[in-house]
Design a protein around this ligand. Structure first.
Ligand SMILES: [Zn+2]
Length: 72
């Protein structure tokens, strides 16, 4: 493998990494559901909104909410 090939590989890796970041940003915008937790107002991460579009709370508040509900 020569230097040119190595350079090309490095460039492709950088490009792939850049594309991944763009895709992640797009997913965050397009993710369904509520953007902010209804309890604490914190932003709900895009991966959680994609995994659970019905989620209205961040993970911490959801756990607290469920624990409280179970206690009743
Ligand atoms: Zn919260």
């Amino acid at each position: 493998m020569n230097v040119e090939e190595l350079k090309q590989q490095a460039e492709e890796r950088v490009e792939a990494e850049r594309q991944k970041r763009i895709d992640a940003a797009k997913a965050a915008v397009a993710a369904p559901g509520t953007e902010n937790c209804i309890d604490c107002g914190d932003a709900i991460p895009a991966d959680r909104r994609i995994a659970a579009p019905w989620a209205k709370r961040c993970i911490e508040c959801q756990e607290f909410y469920e624990a409280e509900r179970l206690a009743k």
